[in-house]
Design a protein around this ligand. Structure first.
Ligand code: PGA
Length: 258
């Protein structure tokens, strides 16, 4: 039984003050509906500089905390990077790795993403690895080829025990920030293919336990249709996670859509 994960990726938004306000509002809204916290995991991934403020604002809320990226070493001469130990110290349980914006704008490769993912696990964090094809790759019929490459290179070197800590987020690039979400059926086809790759890489039993999220223009109005799909175990939400009301309604809709 996979507990869905509804994660808000704030990207480069919300300094300390805004982060505090948003996290406090969400904490009260989710706190008033304990069944949400029991039936789905709700996660916030603020920018590094706001993590501490969000941790304080969340207090003992059921809402979890994560980062948007992580380095593979625990410390050292890696200017501009943040280690798993530093994130754990702030109360983070999760770290996103390989978001398409990291791949696109910061030249992250499957190799660096794999190092970050393995470093996160070694450092006690649960990684969320993002994979997905561009519009051009989809039009060329290369979706499965791209997913195969990103999943196998991104997850190389993991034991089955390690793999159980991973969440895979299927995020087709053409759906991110565009308002054009994938259809639930297409998203489920991709998620099922990812699960098939996980069976090949690990085992049926392990693959059955790994969560596969969908991300790309998830909104309160479409979350239930994604959650109704058998291979989709939650959502990675960008834009709609920046307002307390819309992110709360996504978490609420995720419970209803199960
Ligand atoms: P979006 O972003 O919800 O704004 O499309 C999703 C993401 O990038 O994770």
């Amino acid at each position: 039984m996979r507990i869905p994960l509804i994660a808000g990726n704030w990207k480069m938004n919300n300094g300390v003050k805004e982060a505090q306000e948003l996290a406090s509002a969400l904490s009260s809204m989710v706190g008033a509906r304990p069944e949400i916290g029991q039936r789905v995991e709700v996660l916030l991934c603020p920018p590094f500089t706001s993590i501490s403020a969000v941790a304080t604002a969340l207090g003992d809320s059921s809402i979890k905390l994560g980062a948007q990226n992580v380095h593979w070493e625990e410390s050292g001469a890696f200017t501009g990077e943040i280690s798993p130990a530093m994130l754990r110290e702030l109360g983070c349980e999760y770290a996103i790795v390989g978001h398409s914006e990291r791949r696109q704008y910061f030249e992250e490769s499957d190799a660096t993403i794999n190092r970050r993912l393995r470093g996160a696990i070694k450092g006690g964090l649960k990684p969320i690895i993002c994979v997905g094809e561009t519009k051009e790759q989809r039009d060329q019929g290369r979706t499965e080829e791209i997913l195969r490459e990103q999943v196998s290179d991104g997850l190389v070197g993991l034991t089955e025990m390690d793999a159980l800590k991973v969440t895979v987020a299927y995020e087709p690039l053409w759906a991110i920030g565009t308002g054009q979400a994938a259809t639930p059926a297409d998203a489920n086809t991709a998620a099922a293919f990812i699960r098939h790759l996980l069976v090949e890489t690990f085992s049926e039993d392990t693959a059955e336990q790994i969560r596969v999220q969908y991300g790309g223009s998830v909104k309160p109005g479409n979350i239930a249709t994604f959650m109704g799909q058998p291979d989709i175990d939650g959502a990675l939400v960008g834009g709609a996670s920046l307002q307390a009301d819309s992110f709360y309604r996504i978490a609420e809709g995720a419970v209803g859509g199960q």
